[in-house]
Ligand binder design. Structure first.
Ligand code: IMP
Ligand code: MG
Length: 190
């Protein structure tokens, strides 16, 4: 895979260490809750969720949702849309939403508004990355791997125009002679 366009922000080793810390924290917080249902937000969550779930020491299940926005690639103003719903009934269950990255927070806010009325026993959020300067909503993320500046990051499940998801580390993408995707630019499919 082409690497020259990315500058490493988090190495594989620092990702592994932080995922372990998050897993220990979550396992401890939920140790008396019985089962924990992890809800992954496709597609960006797939690597983080695979790593996190394997390091939790509490029982539980996994389900997925897919969301998309009609952004046409450059703005964050399009409505968020549910493309694929859960297959699991969540009433009475402890649910943890797992996201790759929280940018403006619109995706997570929308997902919470859909899941909350289904009456889970608890509903919390976990994002591997967060861009605090971009957060437009007063949104609490319960577990955050790293806070990052307003840059476009790829790897570890994160893409730019469908590429770079399978990189093992996380990099900042900048095309040669190009300052990188405009602040706030995003692919239309998450
Ligand atoms: P939000 O609704 O603005 O919080 O956007 C969240 C979604 O946008 C994430 O789940 C990602 O799919 C995508 N996204 C935001 N920032 C980045 C980035 O830097 N790299 C890759 N995807 C991103
Ligand atoms: Mg995502």
């Amino acid at each position: 895979m082409t690497r020259e366009k990315t500058e490493i922000l988090f190495s594989e080793e620092s990702i592994r260490k932080r995922v372990g810390e998050l897993a220990r924290q979550i396992s401890s917080d939920y140790r008396d809750c019985g089962e924990l249902l992890l809800v992954g937000v496709l597609r960006g969550c797939y690597i983080f969720l695979a790593d996190l779930s394997r390091r939790l020491s509490i029982p539980g299940g996994i389900d997925f949702v897919a969301l998309s926005a009609y952004d046409r690639g450059t703005t964050a103003t399009g409505p968020v849309r549910l493309v694929m719903d859960l297959r699991t009934e969540i009433a009475g269950k402890h649910v943890l939403i797992v996201e790759d990255i929280v940018d403006t927070g619109r995706t997570l806010d929308y997902l919470l508004s859909i899941l909350r009325p289904r009456n889970p026993a608890s509903l919390r959020t976990c994002a591997f990355l967060r861009k605090p300067s971009r957060l437009s909503k007063d949104l609490k993320v319960d577990y955050v791997g790293f806070d990052i500046p307003d840059v476009w990051v790829v790897g570890y499940g994160l893409d730019y125009m469908g590429r770079y998801r399978s990189l093992s580390d996380i990099g900042i993408i900048r095309a040669e002679g190009d300052p990188g995707p405009a602040a706030g630019a995003r692919p239309a499919v998450r």
